[in-house]
Ligand binder design. Structure first.
Ligand code: URA
Length: 219
């Protein structure tokens, strides 16, 4: 990727982030501290899409920097990548909260909030044009693949994401952290299978590209 192209994408992402920051389409737009637009390599081959910012992300304005983020970093490292090599964002850019007796607590984003924020996510995908998208957890998967998506039954397979980009779905790191005992071992094993499939797909696309053949979509 040329330096000019990298700079062009960085500029586009910065402009889009400023527009997302000004958005007040949802009520949470006025409750959050920071708009957590996303971050990473604008030319990343892998994009990770989570659910929505939590408390720490809202405070720091960066995606996946809390406990779930620590595990996500390990998941990325397990397939030979660093956080700087990938692009990380969420289905919604503002922290979805509910008021629990004056204290704001995290909650999943509503379908309407995800729909309102979708143009920002689509724009990110269009600018970065990753080779592979990894959706983290059921809400992210549903936002791409429909409300009928069932994570336990349907994760670990390839889907056609936006622009035909191959998309894999795995468990959300926060879900992994909530497991214990045998369930934890089993969930980690499944996540590892999914990550290995992502690594293999990235390698296959790179190989095909180097050979000058058109990359396969779907699997
Ligand atoms: N969980 C998410 O889905 N996204 C974040 O950015 C942090 C935690």
């Amino acid at each position: 990727m040329s330096l000019e192209e990298r700079a062009r994408r960085e500029r586009l992402l910065q402009h889009a982030a400023a527009r997302a920051d000004a958005c007040r389409l949802c009520a949470i737009g006025s409750l959050r501290r920071n708009n957590v637009y996303g971050e990473g390599d604008p030319c990343a081959r892998l994009m990770l899409v989570g659910e929505g910012p939590g408390e720490t992300e809202d405070r720091l304005g960066r995606p996946f920097v809390g406990r779930a983020g620590e595990l996500l970093d390990k998941m990325i490292a397990a397939i030979g990548l660093a956080r700087e090599d990938v692009y990380i964002c969420n289905t919604v850019k503002c922290r979805p909260t509910l008021d629990d007796g004056g204290r704001l607590r995290n909650r999943p984003p509503t379908p309407q909030e995800m729909a309102n924020c979708r143009p920002f996510l689509d724009e990110q995908i269009e600018i970065v044009r990753p080779d592979v998208i990894l959706a983290l957890g059921a809400p992210a998967a549903k936002s791409f693949l429909g409300q009928d998506f069932q994570i336990t039954r349907m994760r670990g397979r390839w889907y056609d994401g936006p622009h035909g980009i191959p998309m894999m779905v795995t468990f959300h790191p926060a879900y992994v952290l909530r497991q214990g005992g045998m369930a934890l071992t089993q969930t980690k094993r499944l996540v590892w299978e999914d990550l290995k499939a992502v690594r293999a797909r990235l390698d296959q696309i790179a190989h095909t590209r180097a050979a000058g053949e058109p990359a396969q979509t779907g699997m």
